[in-house]
Write a protein that binds this ligand. Structure first.
Ligand code: MG
Length: 415
């Protein structure tokens, strides 16, 4: 049999409901935007990837999709070159939106990532091996996640309240945490901060410590504090949090804080590309890197990042923003194949009320997700692929991804 080739690539923008979660830049909008990449081979296989879905990245994804027919999915180095050619270089595209909080010097890694994941999914489906095997093999059969707590409004302005209700003080955060722990079994908890004055957020963390003794806690204000305030918070929460995440912006600011506290500092904001590693290591600015395959160029570059963190004695965990099940599957395979994953990963997944994958295909038990053992990413389409879409492929009709999903009402931006 001749090797499979990519026959067509489809990029589907997805809008899915997102609760009114608060952070340093404001509130999550009623819908989160993602993009699903489908790579169809001339042998009838379909590989999938997922990434951000704002307009700028959609245009770039569509341009790459148009250039992919005829490409060998096993030629991952060639994929990288193809993306470089389409984008006009490895650099450029700075300002690609990642929630308005991150600065990237190149759009290349973010555009490359979903196609790389989809190629690995294809290779796995063709060879009958899970993606974790393609990344070196799973070193764990379950991947632990932390419960992600947010200050939030009861509902979006003008829309009905959600069933989580408002969470605007320590008691409500503790109640939210109890629901997360009872429902998903999380064994560590993270609070998104940067919303209220730092002392108020410290009080919420202390309330969590009292309610959940021994449970590792994290606080992440997304760089919302000055270095001096960050040091003061670190003094108050020393021995209470397992780490502070991006208390202050930039490598220099983080280095200032790190030099004045024993509390480890984690980041998904000031070290988000390979070019940031050398200055961060030289300044001893961060002790834990929160990887994100959407930002770092895909799964294989993330394995490379893990090796670098190991070499320099830095801890490693995983960042998340609002995402769907395709991303969760990729995160689980990557985490499974990362020996030096030293902390439970982040995920927004419990906040999601609709998905593109079959309900229950990826489930949380004791705060962790079992690593899929099926071919590729190891799960199936449901076909319910848009917040505004009511058509659905019956899960019973699904054949594990060999047949393209059918969702007549989804809009597509590419062939
Ligand atoms: Mg963060």
């Amino acid at each position: 049999m001749s090797p499979s080739r990519i026959a067509r690539a489809v990029v589907t923008p997805i809008a899915f409901a997102d609760p009114p979660l608060l952070n340093v830049v404001g509130v999550h909008q009623p819908y989160a935007l993602r993009a699903i990449v489908e790579l169809h081979t001339d042998t009838g296989l379909v590989g999938l990837g997922e990434t951000y879905g704002d307009e700028a990245i959609l245009e770039r994804l569509a341009a790459v999709a148009a250039a992919l027919p005829g490409h060998d999915p096993y030629d991952l180095n060639g994929l990288r070159r193809l993306v470089t050619t389409v984008l006009g270089g490895d650099t450029g595209g700075a300002g690609a939106s990642y929630g308005g909080m991150l600065e990237v010097s190149s759009a290349h890694p973010g555009v490359h990532s979903p196609f790389e994941v989809a190629c690995l999914d294809l290779i796995g489906r063709e060879t009958g091996r899970p993606v974790s095997d393609l990344l070196g093999g799973a070193v764990r059969d379950r991947v632990p996640f932390s419960g992600y707590l947010f200050y939030k409004w009861a509902g979006h302005p003008g829309l009905a309240d959600d069933d989580w209700g408002a969470a605007l003080d320590p008691d409500a955060i503790v109640a939210q945490a109890k629901r997360m722990v009872d429902g998903w079994g999380f064994g560590s908890l993270k609070l998104k901060g940067g919303v209220f004055p730092p002392d108020d957020e410290c009080a919420a963390i202390e309330a969590l410590a009292e309610a959940f003794p021994g449970v590792p806690l994290r606080l992440d204000p997304n760089g919302g504090w000055t270095p001096q305030t960050s040091v003061r918070v670190a003094e108050r929460l020393a021995g209470v949090v397992e780490y502070l995440e991006d208390p202050t912006p930039g490598i220099d600011g983080m280095a200032y804080v790190a030099a004045r506290t024993e509390v480890p500092l984690a980041t998904n904001m000031c070290v988000i590309a390979f070019e940031h590693l050398a200055p961060a290591v030289a300044a001893d600015a961060v002790q834990i890197v929160l990887s994100d395959h959407h930002l770092w160029g895909g799964l294989r570059p993330s394995v490379q990042l893990a090796g670098i963190c190991d070499a320099f004695g830095m801890g490693l965990s995983m960042h998340s923003n609002s995402h769907l099940g395709v991303s969760l599957a990729a995160m689980v395979h990557l985490a499974a194949a990362t020996p030096n994953l030293t902390y439970a990963c982040d995920t927004h997944y419990p906040w999601k009320t609709e998905d593109v994958i079959v309900a229950g295909a990826l489930g949380f038990e004791d705060g962790s997700v079992a690593v899929p053992t099926g071919p590729g990413l190891g799960w199936s389409w449901t076909g319910t692929c848009s917040a505004r879409c009511t058509s659905s492929t019956s899960p019973a009709a699904c054949d594990g991804g060999r047949t393209p999903p059918t969702c007549a009402r989804s809009s597509r931006v590419s062939r």
